[in-house]
Design a protein around this ligand. Structure first.
Ligand code: PXP
Length: 249
């Protein structure tokens, strides 16, 4: 069964837009914890949140509260830095997804360059694994990045589906092909294969061509849909749409 990881970062983005600096105030909203509860009730298989180096959205306390209160696996997205490693070692999330981080970007753009950072990433991955967190590398569907991820001992990769999502026609076909190749090479290397970024109900049918996927990490579209139907319902609809694709496959 395909797992759905629900990324609730945008709930913190909305909260911070109004209440940064007054998070303990009686009127602070929306609640990240309530969002995680709604995702749980909607059928999420895990909760994903990204604690950024500059803490502009999720705060450390959000991650610890979700870890404490929500009986679902927690997937922490983080930049590959010593400071974030220290947070992850205390939090002990079930999963850590290492992502590139540039302060200027609104959301994560582009995959992690594992190839050029192998020696730096290898001990970080080992420290996380030794601490009980399963690690994935968020990478572009590039064979060298897949092979480098396997070589440094990461058990999982999350393939960046941003370009796939943002294109149509021949470009989408070409990007789907890259995802297919990357998934095959990763699977052959013993990696668990996830996908994330820009996934929507409307592109699930095309994504279903990619083999070996076991988890989709989805955020933006769920929060967008939740404005109209609530988060629990938005997650439920996505679970149903994923189930239909698997049934068709
Ligand atoms: N996976 C990773 C590593 C991400 O950084 C993000 C957010 O950019 C997502 C998945 C979810 O992407 P989206 O919000 O476009 O669904």
């Amino acid at each position: 069964m395909m797992h759905l990881g629900v990324n609730i970062d945008h709930v913190a983005t909305l909260r911070q837009a109004r209440y940064a600096g007054m998070l303990d105030s009686h009127n602070t909203e929306p609640s990240v914890l309530d969002a995680a509860k709604a995702a749980l009730l909607g059928g999420a298989d895990s909760i994903t949140l990204h604690v950024r180096e500059d803490r502009r959205h999720m705060q450390d306390e959000d991650a610890f509260a979700v870890r404490r209160e929500i009986p679902l696996p927690l997937n922490l997205e983080m930049g590959a830095t010593p400071a974030m490693l220290a947070v992850a070692l205390r939090l002990r999330p079930d999963f850590v997804c290492l992502v590139p981080e540039r302060r200027q970007e609104v959301t994560t753009e582009g995959g992690l360059d594992v190839v050029s950072r192998m020696e730096e990433l290898r001990p970080l991955v080992k420290a996380l694994l030794d601490n009980g967190s399963k690690v994935s590398m968020f990478i572009d569907p590039d064979l060298a990045q897949v092979e480098a991820s396997a070589a440094i001992g990461a058990p999982m990769i999350e393939l960046h589906t941003g370009r796939f999502a943002n294109t149509l026609g021949a470009e989408r076909l070409a990007e789907t092909q890259r995802l297919i190749e990357a998934a095959k090479v990763g699977y052959a290397a013993g990696l668990e294969i996830h996908a994330g970024h820009g996934i929507q109900v409307a592109n699930l049918a095309d994504l279903a061509a990619v083999p070996h996927l076991t988890e989709l990490n989805i955020g933006h579209t769920l929060i967008a849909r939740s404005i109209f139907v609530g988060l629990q319902q938005a997650v439920r609809e996505m679970k149903e749409a994923i189930a239909v694709q698997q049934w068709l496959a």
